[in-house]
Ligand binder design. Sequence first.
Ligand code: OGA
Ligand code: MN
Length: 292
Amino acid sequence: MTAIVQASRLRVRPLGNALGAEVTGGDLKTASEADIEALREAILDRYVLRLRGYRLDDIEFTRFVERLGPLHTSPDYVKDRKVYVKESPLMSVVSNIVENGEPIGHHGDGELGWHTDLSFTDIPSEFTLLCAREVPPKGGNTWFCDMYDAYESLSLEMKQRVARLTLKHQASHNPQYGRWPGWSHIETDDVREMPGPIHPLVRTHPVSGRKTLYLGRRFGAYIPGLKLEKSEALLDELWSHAGRPEHCFIQEWQQGDIVMWDNRCTMHRRDAFPGQGRRRMHGLMTRGTRPE
Ligand code: OGA
Ligand code: MN
């Protein structure tokens, strides 16, 4: 622990085996430099933090996230440019709630498969923070897995094989809803032709200096330069190293929980919750850097 972090009033308790920690105590509304530094240290160590017992309204939540870094602005093609929360125009809403025939947010009540946020953009976000405003009695848990571990568990031979490969993270198709609004003109379903940024398959975390597998999402992924069947087979093999349940942290939400994760070294998924009631999460992201 660095000297400044010792002055923090936040308590950090590791959860689970590999990743995840719970942060309690102090007050995020008046977080000190030491508190912010303690969070940086904790997330570098545990990749996912659950901040529990804080009561932040949307403005307080936004001010807090801004302390962690500049807020991320999504490129045009993933944004419908709708402002969900007047006081915080960059806040997203993840919800199954429909009001006056209109969904008040994204993603309904279905399962969300393993992914990392915005890998299909040139400069993906660094941290995502979700704040639980409404939580159904059952379902809708969010799972996180450790992508350092996914890399480290590869054989030496596989590490050498993937060292120089890249991955195209297709940008046009959203697995739940077809094509993103800005890409509705894209006709092809061939992963080799779909548009999207190309990132290294193995990236180095800019702060820890450790290597991680950077898979983004399985749907629509393609390794440029390989025959389609080779790309599919290699991706299936790499994906089998990620998301093993015994290596996951599973967040069971309580109202008011804020979960903060590092998109550079984790992936996440969400359980479905049909018929289980209202769920509403308010989300913000901080700006990342180009994967290298
Ligand atoms: C997302 C997401 C997780 C959740 O919106 O990208 O991963 O628990 N949501 O709803
Ligand atoms: Mn996500």
